[in-house]
Design a protein around this ligand. Structure first.
Ligand SMILES: [Ca+2]
Ligand SMILES: [Ca+2]
Length: 337
């Protein structure tokens, strides 16, 4: 008698047996066993083979992926990414349609590798959109994640509801005081400053008095003191917060006379920059008869703090009356937002 097995099974034991004169069969009785898909040891790199009907499946050790664990899982992620994560490549979902295998990936993954060896690789959206000429995905930093990406903002900023824009946190608007008593909180891009402007020290017959947290006034000069009269009658303090790399020209600040209605005001004004650490970045010019403008003419890169002192001198019939100084401090954030 000859034995054969159905497809997918193999014969264990002799292929034929013969009937002996004593009424028994020669040798042992053969039987059919499921063909072992794992017998060829298809799983590489320490993968464990699991039997299925007419197919096998490999369970891969960490760091390995693919139908036979033949691929090294992508570990590195671009800046700020989660490293050492095998989640960036996954096994595709495959279906056997007649003789062909059709594989597909979840959203955010693309199929790579050859047929039979295919693997779903994460789409690196940050790299894809970081290329020249393409729109930026994130205002600040793009972090690639398995199947997606996310945007992060630097400290001192919060991410807006659109998930990509960053907005400065106004530390000064909070319920608790972030600045010590006697100082004033100035919100800046990415942080804040505590300021307490001081009036100039008096000397001789010149002295100043603080009339508000941001204003000093010179006490009246003795009648005969010309040097005293040429010192600023008022000194005011102003604080501005700007992002980096603003496109000039930009009007930052306006200064105008505040003449009392009871007496005739000056009939001419002169404006100029009289101090600070950054004169080259600014010009001061008249915008109308009463007003001068401080204009940013060079783009500023942060983080840095600039100071510029602008002066407005009042003349009545060409004779000097008084001058006023505005001390403008500009906090430039490290970012373009
Ligand atoms: Ca991704
Ligand atoms: Ca802030």
């Amino acid at each position: 008698v000859h034995f054969t097995c159905n497809p997918g099974f193999r014969l264990v034991g002799p292929g034929s047996v013969v009937c002996l004169p004593n009424g028994t069969w020669t040798g042992e009785q053969p039987h059919c066993r499921d063909i072992s898909e794992c017998s060829s040891q298809p799983c590489q790199n320490g993968g464990t083979c699991v039997e299925g009907v007419n197919q096998y499946r490999c369970i891969c050790p960490p760091g390995r992926t693919g139908s036979r664990c033949q691929h090294q899982a992508q570990t590195g992620a671009p800046e700020g990414g989660v490293a050492g994560d095998s989640a960036f490549s996954r096994a595709p979902r495959c279906a056997q349609v007649e003789r062909a295998q059709h594989c597909s990936c979840e959203a955010g993954f693309h199929l790579s590798g050859t047929t039979g060896d295919s693997v779903c690789q994460d789409v690196n959206e940050c790299e894809l959109y970081g290329q020249e000429g393409r729109p930026r995905l994130c205002m600040h930093t793009c972090v690639n994640t398995p199947g997606s990406y996310r945007c992060t903002c630097p400290s001192g900023y919060r991410t807006l509801a659109d998930g990509k824009s960053c907005e400065d946190v106004d530390e000064c608007a909070g319920p608790q005081h972030v600045c010590p008593r006697g100082t004033t909180c100035i919100n800046t891009g990415g942080g804040f400053q505590c300021v307490s402007p001081e009036c100039p020290e008096g000397s001789g017959n010149v002295s100043y008095v603080k009339t508000s947290p941001f204003q000093c006034e010179r006490n009246p000069c003795p009648m005969d003191s010309r040097p005293c009269r040429h010192l600023p009658k008022t000194i005011s303090f102003h604080y501005l917060s700007l992002p980096s790399n603003l496109k000039p020209p930009i009007t930052l600040f306006r200064m105008a006379t505040a003449s009392a209605p009871s007496r005739p005001g000056p009939n001419s004004l002169r404006f100029g920059i009289v101090g600070g650490n950054s004169r080259g970045h600014f010009v001061m010019q008249r915008s109308d008869r009463q007003t001068g403008e401080l204009i940013l003419v060079q783009s500023l890169e942060g983080p840095q703090t600039l100071e510029v002192d602008v002066d407005m001198s009042e003349y009545l019939d060409r004779s000097f009356q008084a001058n006023h100084v505005s001390k403008v401090t500009i906090f430039v954030s490290p970012y373009d937002f």
